[in-house]
Design a binder for this molecule. Structure first.
Ligand SMILES: [Zn+2]
Length: 259
């Protein structure tokens, strides 16, 4: 599932292809907006908010998209055919470029003034210009009995962390994922580290938390279930956190992150 760093990069690619250019085609392949047509309007900017994307269009409209589990935006020269079988949900194109939204989890078209209805619930964006660590910590602390693992994935607390950065952050802080938020001594330090990890990864594909970009060496625990911990040699554990059907993957080292 794309996390905040990947969504940040997607926004940058969409800005490069669409900003300041007039749409020559818009094709919403979702029932609720099937008749919408943005042709003739210039795209102003695409912004990322956590894992959400907001593409603002001339005339006070915003296209809201979310990649969810496996969505993506493909940017290609205009007129390029999309791969057969791609589940295209939205196409935005100008004379030079086309952006094809494939398997998008959400596609909405709203007034720009109503963006808050879609993203107003989000906590501070770890990669936003307005990142506010104190507010993120305040929101986390508001539910001290919650597990830190679940609280970090709740985008209402802070926006942008998914299962990879959750697992890596908790490992690096030596925190057992099921520890209660209220029992964590240095929540500020934990939040600051999560932000640094995302920020360090926003400029390139793939996730590197070890400082070693080689794929087999790039992470501490994520993708390493059953393999020896790079620090202590204990086999990395794999489990699930959260209530069904929202349970999500967690990896941790029982040696470095004791109960
Ligand atoms: Zn370990």
């Amino acid at each position: 599932m794309p996390e905040g760093d990947a969504v940040y990069r997607t926004a940058a690619r969409l800005r490069g292809a669409l900003d300041g250019r007039t749409l020559t085609r818009s094709d919403f392949r979702v029932p609720q907006h099937a008749t919408a047509d943005l042709t003739g309007r210039a795209v102003l900017i695409t912004l990322s908010r956590g894992k959400h994307l907001l593409t603002r269009v001339e005339g006070g409209l915003t296209v809201h998209t979310h990649l969810r589990m496996d969505g993506s935006w493909l940017v290609t020269p205009a007129g390029r055919r999309t791969a057969p079988g791609d589940r295209v949900r939205l196409i935005l194109a100008n004379a030079e470029w086309q952006a094809v939204g494939v398997r998008l989890g959400m596609v909405d078209l709203v007034r720009t003034g109503d963006e808050a209805r879609l993203v107003g619930h989000l906590g501070p964006d770890l990669l936003g210009a307005d990142w506010d660590p104190d507010e993120a910590v305040r929101r986390l602390r508001a539910a001290p009995g919650r597990t830190i693992g679940e609280a970090l994935l709740d985008q209402r607390n802070l926006a942008g962390i998914g299962t990879i950065f959750r697992a890596e952050t908790l490992f690096l802080r030596g925190v057992w994922p099921w520890k209660k938020v209220g029992e964590i001594e240095d929540l500020d330090g934990l939040v600051a580290l999560a932000q640094r990890l995302l920020d360090a990864n926003k400029g390139h594909a793939g996730t590197v938390t070890t400082g070693d970009r080689r794929p087999a060496n790039a992470t501490w625990v994520y993708g390493r279930a059953g393999r020896p911990c790079r620090r202590c040699g204990t086999r990395i554990s794999r489990g699930e956190m959260g209530m069904r059907p929202q349970e999500r993957l967690i990896l941790w080292c029982a040696g470095c992150q004791p109960r």
